[in-house]
Ligand binder design. Structure first.
Ligand code: SF4
Ligand code: SF4
Length: 290
């Protein structure tokens, strides 16, 4: 089988995106004759793994960023590097022959090193987070965890996607919202599932992420979670915009309570199970069609 990359995204947090990611991962693994992977790209708050308390870690790697260091004995304090830095990461006081790079602002673009004609810039490696691989009761799970204080979410997500790349079906749980981290997660996806809820905020934020996936020219559909709970005309919006409704996962209070305690596989209600089966069938068809 060829690879097939599906991102699960939502315009806002709290709609149950991670629960849906984990449920689809579980359901797809049950019905497919290949190993399914789940990549948790919400590197600031990865929580897919809490649904698999018996999972075992099989691999781990620290993710590094290259930060430039200025050798003031070679530097002429010409300020070319300061001027080229788009992120204002270089602090220089020429009169005092002082220069330093702010690690939390530097994006490791390499522009400063490129413009320096005195070879005054070296580099050092700084940890930005950790990537780990786990065997779950379902399949394989990859997780990225950003170092506290680091602003390198996008870089870590890119590295995690590369590290966890497979030649089979993989689900990518995106961070919530429409930030750069989400754009990085959605990059090169074969299909995107947008999880939404029928509330006013839910519809508002769905519209934002629909604009994003359209701008990225990615095929996508919408899955309504906690269906029946809200009253917003979300389906009317989907019809009006000719957006495919992939399915509706009905609201179920008992299941919501179990989900809040990270216990979702032991007693999936029939109505939710039926909905998941329909959605996974659609995913399988998408894989053939796209
Ligand atoms: S470009 Fe090179 S020489 Fe000029 S200030 Fe920067 S580090 Fe120093
Ligand atoms: S690598 Fe890029 S972001 Fe970092 S200090 Fe140099 S120019 Fe600025």
């Amino acid at each position: 089988m060829s690879s097939f990359k599906i991102a699960i995204a939502s315009g806002k947090g709290g709609v149950g995106k991670t629960t849906i990611s984990v449920l689809l991962y579980h359901q797809l693994q049950k019905t497919m004759n290949e190993t399914i992977s789940l990549v948790d790209c919400d590197v600031e708050e990865p929580n897919s793994r809490i649904f698999f308390p018996a999972s075992t870690q099989t691999n781990k790697e620290v993710a590094y960023q290259e930060i430039p260091m200025i050798d003031t004995t070679l530097c002429s304090f010409c300020r070319k590097c300061v001027n080229v830095c788009e992120f204002n990461a270089i602090m220089m006081v020429s009169a005092l022959e002082h220069a330093e790079v702010n690690e939390s602002l530097c994006h490791s673009c390499g522009a400063c090193e490129y413009v320096c004609d005195r070879q005054a810039l070296g580099t050092k490696r700084v940890a930005i987070g950790e990537m780990s691989q786990h065997n779950t009761s379902t399949g394989v799970l990859y997780e990225g965890r950003l170092e506290i204080g680091s602003v390198m979410q996008t870089r870590l997500i890119g590295m995690l996607k590369e590290w966890g790349a497979t030649d089979h079906l993989t689900i990518y749980d995106a961070p919530p919202g429409t930030s750069c981290s989400v754009v990085e997660t959605l990059d090169e996806m074969d299909y995107v599932i947008l999880v939404a809820e029928e509330t006013s905020f839910g519809l508002h934020d769905l519209k934002l992420i629909v604009r994003l996936v359209k701008a990225l020219q990615l095929p996508f559909g919408v899955l309504i979670n906690k269906a029946g709970l809200g009253t917003t005309p979300l389906k009317a919006y989907l019809e009006q915009e000719h957006i495919e409704l992939l399915g509706e996962v009905p609201h179920n209070l008992e299941f919501a309570k179990a989900s809040a305690q990270a216990d979702i596989f032991s007693n999936i209600p029939w109505s939710i199970q039926t909905s998941l089966e329909r959605v996974t069938q659609k995913i399988k068809h998408k894989r053939v069609e796209l």
